[in-house]
Design a binder for this molecule. Structure first.
Ligand SMILES: [Ca+2]
Ligand SMILES: [Ca+2]
Length: 161
């Protein structure tokens, strides 16, 4: 597990890749292989490449988004199902916990691709407000949880392109 923290790499202006170890979670669960962050001016795309996704693995993915370094922890989280019924939401967060009774309505999408084994999240300023850079912490859960880069740890800051 310790090695996962040291492997964040490929940082450039508005993209980053978070590699994650294979087989670091029970093989009945959803194993994250790599997370790609594309922080374009018009929107943020976070793609979670798993090492095997199917309707039977009806778990979920979660992306914590940090937009303000001065405020501890993430400001937002996106949560969605990887099962056939793909409900997904974006919530405000405080201290790594969801706050508020309802998710704020905003432009958000999540697409599960079983043949590519990916979950692709799209959001942007409509949901996140004004931000110049972001960093994320991701999770995939079915029977167990795989984290990238690690639980309650963010990847590198990614500038908004
Ligand atoms: Ca993994
Ligand atoms: Ca913050």
């Amino acid at each position: 597990m310790a090695t996962a923290l040291g492997t964040a790499s490929s940082v450039s202006a508005d993209t980053a890749t978070l590699p994650d170890a294979a087989d670091d979670v029970s093989n009945s669960s959803i194993d994250i292989g790599e997370v790609t962050i594309n922080n374009k001016d018009r929107g943020l795309v976070v793609t979670i490449q798993t090492l095997g996704l199917s309707e039977q693995k009806a778990g979920g993915t979660q992306v914590w988004i940090d937009t303000r370094q001065a405020r501890m922890g993430p400001e937002f989280t996106m949560v969605g199902s990887t099962g056939p019924e793909t409900d997904y939401y974006l919530w405000r967060t405080k201290g790594w916990k969801i706050v508020g009774s309802f998710p704020p309505p905003c432009a958000l999408s999540m697409r599960v691709d079983y043949s590519a084994d990916t979950v692709r999240w799209r959001t942007g300023p409509d949901c996140l407000g004004d931000y110049s850079r972001i960093r994320v912490s991701t999770e995939a859960t079915f029977s167990h949880t795989d984290f990238a880069p690690a639980e309650h740890k963010f990847g590198p800051w990614v500038s908004r392109g």
